[in-house]
Design a protein around this ligand. Structure first.
Ligand code: C2O
Ligand code: CU
Ligand code: CU
Length: 547
């Protein structure tokens, strides 16, 4: 078809849609969106460009900048870490490293505000892993240099400047940091998983756009409290994308890079859920695959899954879908108690808090095209293009993980709750750059029991520098309890190592942390915070001094 004719057809299609829009009162924008559903290609990480795969060789230099026409969803501008390697341009490259490699990177701040990179889940001392006190000014540089000691896993990176982490991440700064080791290479070989082909990093983020079509990060006071929930879901930057697949197993490394939205993910075909296997999580491979039909994924968490499509026929579609759940916005359920405690300062504050919404998913009452957290919506389509023969089966043993400690360990109680004036706290405190309210000795293990108040909302709690081993979940809501796989109330994603653990209202999650591994030199000041990034920026974060 020649160009003019195609343009004409596009124009007349738009005119028709506009006519439909006028006739039905549905805004043109949403009619168009529907006609385009799942026609965009999933940006599958390639050899360059946005989310290009970049096997680490020599020192890299990243520059944070605003890049026009980059976001796949609508070619709007976004913030990105840009670099050139082998004469190729990369934006937010997916870094691929081997355990034992030495990693060096120079960050240049091309933004007009402070920034600093945090290597989320990557073992590095506090000065190397992005503490807000090390944020650099516009035009400044920061040098990272450390050894990769992590086991293989799906880690990631994003900014961590004081109070603007959410906005910078939202506007585009985030990507994967994939570590490989012997165990992982063996597994990939057994399953014939190849990064970028059958092993796909999948970054899921919800966004809002303004009328000019640009990413819009403008939380209200209530949204800072509840989390900023977008109404469009992007996968590797594309909206409702599709990916051609063959009849074989695929590995998806799902990362929730949203600031606040929690997903309950499933794969649907003809409306029914497909079983799939969780093979890894935040800290790499699990001891053995866990078969599930749904998985919760909170901001900051990763889940590495294997989906076998061997029994499908060409022409079928499978959808990665958000399934309904209770988002548990229960922050208002304690109003009566709080009132009776005499700490509520009059009606003004009452009404302000009432505006926060007490029920599930009342985030976006002002806008009529809200996409609630508990809604059922498709995120990504897999389209079975061709039949091939594939008969590999998941190995039963994926990795060797030491068992939990049997000795008595020191127990630390941690409480998550809402301040009377609004705002989330950890142990009643909010972030202060120069205080370290939690002090732990570098030698040995501790148990942290993270208790979320019942008049609360779910908080994904993340610790820098060390991994958690989940020991027990208590008082879990039914939707979590139903997924328990052992007598300790643990769910499939609790196996293995975690760096971000979702704690539901009323729930207590006990985690074991080994503060002797890695053995960082000297005193360390790591962060413990909620990975709802609005919460983090508002101060739901504490320094942890490890000495
Ligand atoms: Cu991914 Cu301190 O965060
Ligand atoms: Cu982190
Ligand atoms: Cu939180």
């Amino acid at each position: 078809m020649n160009h003019n004719r195609r343009n004409f057809m596009l124009l007349s299609l738009k005119a028709t849609l506009f006519y439909i829009g006028v006739r039905t009162g549905i805004p043109l924008q949403s009619v168009l969106a529907q006609s385009n559903e799942f026609s965009a290609r999933l940006p599958v990480p390639g050899k360059s460009g946005l989310f290009g795969l970049l096997p680490y060789q020599n020192k890299l230099s990243f520059k944070t900048m605003d890049v026009p026409n980059l976001l796949p969803a609508n070619k709007s501008q976004m913030l990105a870490y840009s670099t050139s390697e082998n004469n190729e341009k990369f934006y937010n490259p997916i870094l691929i490293l081997n355990k034992g490699q030495h990693f060096e990177l120079a960050l240049e701040n091309g933004l007009n505000e402070p920034t600093i990179i945090h290597w989320h889940g990557v073992d590095a001392s506090w000065k190397q892993t992005g503490h807000p006190s090390y944020a650099i000014k516009p035009g400044e540089r920061y040098n990272y240099s450390f050894e990769i000691t992590n086991r293989a896993g799906t880690y990631w990176y994003h900014p961590h400047p004081h109070m603007i982490t959410a906005r910078q991440s939202y506007l585009g700064l985030a990507s994967f940091f994939i570590v490989k080791d012997e165990e992982e290479i063996r597994f990939s070989r057994e399953m014939d998983f190849v990064l970028g082909k059958t092993d796909i990093p999948v970054l899921i983020q919800d966004k809002k756009f303004n009328s000019a079509g640009d990413l819009d990060y403008s939380p209200t006071k209530d949204e800072l409290m509840m989390g900023y929930i977008g109404n469009r879901i992007l996968v590797n930057g594309a909206e409702k994308p599709t990916m051609d697949v063959a009849t074989r197993a695929y590995r998806f490394r799902l990362l929730n890079g949203s600031t606040a939205r929690i997903y309950n993910l499933a794969f649907l075909s003809d409306g029914s859920k497909l079983p799939f296997h969780i093979v890894g999580n935040d800290g790499g491979l699990l001891p053995s695959p866990q078969q599930v039909e749904e998985v919760f994924l909170a901001p900051g968490e990763r889940v590495d899954i294997s989906l076998n499509l061997a029994l499908f026929s060409a022409g079928q579609s499978i959808y990665l879908q958000n399934m309904p759940y209770d988002p548990m916005h229960n922050e208002m359920s304690g109003m009566a108690e709080m009132g009776s405690m005499g700490n509520m300062n009059g009606m003004e504050h009452m009404s302000e808090m009432a505006g926060m919404g007490s029920k599930s998913g009342s985030h976006d009452s002002g806008s009529n095209n809200a996409l609630e957290e508990d809604a059922s919506f498709p995120i990504l389509r897999l389209f079975v293009k061709n039949r091939i023969s594939y008969s590999r089966q998941l190995p039963q043993n994926l990795s060797v993980i030491p068992s939990l400690s049997r000795e008595a360990l020191k127990e630390h109680q941690i409480t998550l709750s809402m301040q009377h004036m609004g705002g989330w706290t950890i142990n009643g405190l909010t972030f202060s750059m120069n205080d370290a309210p939690i002090v732990v000795p570098k030698r040995g293990k501790e148990i942290w029991v993270i208790n979320n108040a019942s008049a609360s909302m779910p908080h994904p709690m993340h610790l820098h520098g060390y991994f958690y081993r989940v020991r027990e979940r208590k008082n879990s809501p039914d939707q979590v309890k139903q997924r328990a796989i052992d007598g300790s109330g643990r769910i499939p994603t609790d196996m293995g190592y975690k760096d971000t653990v979702l704690v539901w209202p009323g729930e207590s999650v006990a985690v074991e942390i080994d503060f002797s591994k890695p053995n960082y030199p000297g005193e360390q000041l790591f962060l413990f915070h909620c990975h709802n990034l609005e919460h983090e920026d508002q101060g739901m974060m504490l320094n942890v001094r490890v000495e």
